[in-house]
Design a binder for this molecule. Structure first.
Ligand code: SF4
Ligand code: ZN
Length: 311
């Protein structure tokens, strides 16, 4: 029976009977705004605590693009932070140098960190390799996301070390995890799937944690929306070249017809990570001959890229 507060055609919240804003197909619950916010924050806290991702005294560098995932991540971490005495946050925004895209998201990141009182640093590809992504890509647009990903990871890691961070938190959500699982399978790249995790931790790396990994993109959007924190921002113009964009729409269709598909893929990814922890894939890492960063070959991806770009 519906709660009297819920209009006839709006499903009622499974917790309180108020009008629901979201349906969770896996748990088969409808939730109102208040219970959605509580549920999301509780699940993020569980993800962090179950994996021991944050400890007292940690300084967590939050990768803040200004988009919805990283916005939600910073908001949630700043609320959960008192649970770890002495822990603090520093937000890092990487400016790739993409015309018509980054200006708005940087402005959003600045406004958010100002409101939350979080230390905010901006680093750019220009600082790192002396040129914007737009310039670096001339004639190589189809490789945009590969090049961008390699440089962004390097810029973020360097800035996090400079800021004295003990770990890097990224806004990857459950949809991203499911997409990565499929993308690495499509590429036949199991080592990459394993290397990109924070579970097979190596002393060579600053740990990377993904506190939102159990929350769907839809839940994150609704979480921000019900709190008046959602804003529509421009999309990166290079998205159209990304394999991820195709995988995303493929998965969205599958999830529609077979609810729980993304959860199962994300679970498979976790199982593979567990099976591979401590295997030779992780142990074969050593130092880049040129820059000293951890890598699996003689020279790291960043140095290889620098050579190919003539930087
Ligand atoms: Fe970089 Fe590709 Fe994301 Fe654009 S879509 S910001 S090029 S990774
Ligand atoms: Zn290197």
């Amino acid at each position: 029976m519906k709660h009297p507060a819920a209009p006839v055609d709006v499903p009622a919240c499974s917790c309180c009977g108020e009008p629901a804003v979201i349906y969770q197909p896996v748990s088969r619950r409808h939730l109102c705004g208040i219970h959605l916010v509580r549920d999301v924050e509780k699940r993020v806290a569980s993800t962090i605590n179950e994996a021991g991702q944050i400890h007292a005294g940690d300084r967590i560098a939050v990768a803040l693009s200004g988009g919805k995932d990283s916005t939600a991540l910073l908001v949630i971490l700043s609320r959960l932070l008192p649970a770890w005495p002495g822990a603090d946050l520093v937000a890092i925004t990487v400016d790739e140098g993409i015309a018509g895209y980054r200006t708005d998201t940087i402005r959003a990141a600045e406004a958010l960190t100002g409101r939350l009182g979080v230390d905010h640093r901006i680093v750019s590809f220009r600082d790192l390799v002396g040129a914007d992504l737009d310039t670096l890509l001339a004639g190589r647009e189809t490789e945009a996301c590969t090049i961008c990903g390699i440089l962004r990871k390097k810029a973020l890691t360097d800035a996090a070390r400079t800021a004295g961070a003990t770990a890097i938190a990224t806004g990857h959500n459950l949809d991203d995890e499911a997409q990565s699982m499929l993308m690495n399978a499509f590429r036949g790249d199991l080592p990459r799937l394993v290397r990109n995790t924070g579970t097979g931790r190596s002393a060579l790396f600053l740990p990377r944690i993904k506190p939102l990994a159990a929350v769907t993109e839809k839940e994150i959007a609704a979480y921000l929306f019900v709190q008046g924190l959602f804003s529509v921002l421009p999309e990166c113009p290079y998205t159209r070249y990304a394999l991820r964009a195709e995988v995303r729409s493929l998965l969205a269709g599958l999830e529609d017809r077979h609810p729980g598909t993304m959860q199962h893929l994300a679970d498979s990814k976790k199982s593979i990570e567990r099976y591979c922890a401590g295997t030779p894939v992780m142990e074969s890492l050593h130092h880049c001959r040129e820059c000293g960063d951890p890598c699996s070959g003689e020279i790291c991806q960043v140095c290889r890229l620098r050579h190919s770009l003539g930087k």
